[in-house]
Design a protein around this ligand. Sequence first.
Ligand code: GLN
Length: 497
Amino acid sequence: MQKFDPYINVDPGTMSPYEHGEVFVTDDGAETDLDLGHYERFIDENLTKNSSITMGKIYSNVIEKERRGDYLGKTVQVIPHITNEIKEKIYSFDNSDIDIVITEVGGTVGDIEGLSIIEAIRQVGLEKDPDDVLYIHVTLLPYISGSNEIKTKPTQHSVKELQSLGIKPDILVCRTETEITDSIREKLALFCNVRKTSVIQNMTADNLYAVPLLLEKEGLAREACKHLKLDNIESNNAEWEKMIENIRHIEDKFVNIAIVGKYVQLDDSYISVMESLRHAGFANNVKVNIDLIDCENVTKENAKEILEKYNGIIVPGGFGNRGIDGKIQTIKYARENNIPFLGICLGMQMAVVEFARNVLGLKDANSIEFDANTSNPVIHIMEEQKNINKKGGTMRLGVYDCVIKENTLANKVYGKTKISERHRHRYEYNNDYKQMLEQAGLIVSGTSPDGTLVEIIELPSHPYFIAGQFHPELKSRPNNPAPLFVGLIKAAKEHIF
Ligand code: GLN
């Protein structure tokens, strides 16, 4: 799976979560569009930097080549230089064990900034064997409730636009809120120049993970295989069907989980965390209600009032000073009231700060991200980050091994002593405070294999208080949920039932 995004940022790493949602990180440390997270959750494969490409990346590669003199004096142009660079990315899987590349073009047909991608995929259709290339147009069918009708005009128009750019869609995938009738299918087929069997309904599902099965029922795979001349391919969705069946039979028992962070205006900002909670609900046979709570609103005075109805609390990752006090108050509340707690990245760093301030009595303990002059920098900048000034792609990124101490909560939850998780941070636990923190009860249960970087902390005196410097949500899959979330939901369930 591969996604092209038409914007000029080199990657989404520097984009605001308010605007663009979460930044997903792959094993090889690419900061990517959050759609990569959906891809991984659905296909259960680890993707790479070649799976998420922005126009900014394409342009920056081309300009770098131009500066190096690679174009030997030629005038560098959108066609062929930009389009060649795009095709190179699509063809980058050619000599791998991958049989089919699904390239998604982000944005909308007609966007000026997406034109060169459309042109490149047109060229792919000419360069490859015609049986090897298939164009699927995903289109929205608006429903007008007043007159109870579905409109096909926008789709007719976007197909016309695509055809004027030299692309004839082979299959239409039609996003719709209501069932499309036979006459709508006929109309779309006739006006959009596709076979009627290639008009595939994609209706809003009750459960996101049921979508592939709905598309299978509609015949999307059958049509795609027909176009690609892939005969004798049999589908085997037994495992996925069983999973959906199990999800549908989850009892009507609920746990309430609060995610206390600052990017709460947009669900997409914490999409992987929210999905991981749902996966952990599937594993624990319980439904998970999730509330996003703005940490800026949580104070010492109102923490109980805001948080007492929750059976589990997550403080997720984040950057910058705003809302930090609310996070600390939240963690204090969870710690003192035995509420199951999971801290992620900044959430872990703040758990250390909270403990240092309120248990060790180091009143000015802080992360130097927020107070460069604190006399107690319990979280400090990583050595290799000290001389980095550029923001894009410079953090500690991607998958790293972690060794877990035996007989700890982390050991119990993961069921092993060697794990690997994905990271995205600049700051780390300051080992100068380790002895003090451990003696007071906040222990280190996971470190980098050489023992230098602290990766997991926990509180043995608490039913479930654990935090990781990494992002466990990035590896959670509906059929293979992330252990720290499974543990949280299990503890939350025990907390109420
Ligand atoms: N801001 C913190 C750091 O850079 C935490 C980052 C995060 O939560 N992803 O270390």
